[in-house]
Design a protein around this ligand. Structure first.
Ligand code: AHG
Ligand code: MN
Ligand code: MN
Length: 355
């Protein structure tokens, strides 16, 4: 049988571009630069403590102490993407303000937003982390130096979104608004190869992910949903559920793409200054676009998340995403009145820890 190699990311992008004869090639070049950044981060993550690079650690804009790899990954994203002339500006979880393209480089028509390392608290324990990115078009009336207002576009306006997952294998998952496909890094060739041409989120699921340590702060609709999952076969859902919490949203999104499920980090009443845990522009919107392009759904619980018009660059938001029917159920629970038992459902008679 003749040798047939899998399609590389470059080949995939060239074939996609042939459908748009007027395309300049800028977009493809941008995706390739992003993929190069992800490969460089994959290498840095894989070398771990073998590679000693001195970096200055600080608090980021969210008041979180940066990890060394947060800083390095951010630096890699900036360096790989600032020079080629495709971007009008960049914004990142690890940079307080938007980054203007340095004057020695040409400016382009796209904006790149990223979480350079998602789940970085997992670095020390050698659990999967990833990078998340979102591509927007710069507004026609953009002014320079670029300001936050250029980035304040709803998730529905994204041109492309994706993530790289640094797990047992490194994968790149991408949408350009035409479905979702995934590439696996061949570490010998240094190329992302198309291994999953069409990804769809299964609609039926028996798996949910939520940080249950926050349960006393949840609103009634989330309490009801989780309580019903915990009740399993003996409750209204009439089936047993399984629970997962990796604390790398990117890894949870990947699991949901592969086998369905629902992920929740809802707005809760733990801290009134924080309207949610995750960040709208570079976490929720790109993951949301991927999930919806794969036939799933993303919501704040109350409204479709991709329709939310951002008011600030680092805005946080509550989010629920995954299998469509489960997210719709949670949205429905936000519209129905429901009496919540005052006891914590995790520890009462219908408890996880019941014998
Ligand atoms: P980051 O590492 O970019 O700050 O993001 C971490 C996020 C997300 O990936 C994860 O789902 C969540 O924080 C974990 O939150 P808890 O610490 O509450 O589990
Ligand atoms: Mn993150
Ligand atoms: Mn991060």
């Amino acid at each position: 049988m003749p040798f047939k190699h899998k399609k590389t990311l470059t080949q995939f992008l060239i074939e996609e571009r042939r459908r748009y004869p007027d395309a300049s090639g800028d977009f493809n070049a941008l995706i390739l630069d992003i993929s190069l950044a992800c490969k460089a981060i994959a290498k840095t993550v894989a070398f771990g403590e073998l590679e000693k690079t001195a970096v200055e650690i600080d608090l980021n804009v969210h008041g979180e102490t940066q990890k060394k790899l947060d800083v390095l990954s951010n630096r890699i994203f900036v360096q790989m993407n600032q020079w080629a002339g495709h971007l009008a500006g960049m914004a990142s979880e690890e940079m307080d303000d938007p980054l203007d393209i340095p004057s020695e480089y040409p400016r382009g028509k796209y904006l790149l937003l990223f979480d350079p390392l998602d789940g970085s608290s997992n670095i020390d324990v050698n659990v999967s982390v990833g990078s998340i990115f979102s591509v927007l078009r710069a507004p026609d009336d953009v002014t320079y130096p670029i300001t936050e207002s250029a980035f304040l576009q709803s998730g529905a306006k994204q041109v492309a979104a994706g993530y790289a997952l640094y797990g047992p294998t490194t994968m790149l998952v991408l949408t350009v608004g035409n479905g979702v496909c995934a590439f696996t890094l061949d570490p010998m060739l240094g190329e992302f190869m198309l291994t999953h041409p069409t990804l769809t989120v299964p609609n039926e699921t028996q798996e949910f992910a939520i940080n249950a340590s926050n349960s006393r702060f949840w609103g009634a609709p989330i309490k009801r949903y989780v309580d019903e999952c915990l009740a399993g076969q003996s409750g209204v859902r009439e089936k047993d559920f399984n629970m997962r919490w990796i604390a790398s949203m990117v890894a949870e999104a990947h699991r949901i793409l592969m086998r369905g499920g629902v992920f929740m980090y809802p707005r809760d009443n733990k801290d009134s200054t924080k309207p949610g845990r995750l960040r709208l522009l570079y976490e929720v919107n790109p993951i949301g676009m991927i999930i919806e392009q794969a036939g799933g759904r993303v919501s704040t619980g109350e409204t479709p998340a991709l329709e939310v018009v951002p008011t600030s660059l680092h805005q946080r938001i509550g989010v629920v995403f995954g299998s469509k029917s489960e997210v719709e159920r949670i949205e429905r629970y936000h519209t129905e009145p429901y009496e919540v038992e005052q006891t914590n459902p995790l520890f009462n008679s219908r408890s996880l820890f019941r014998f």
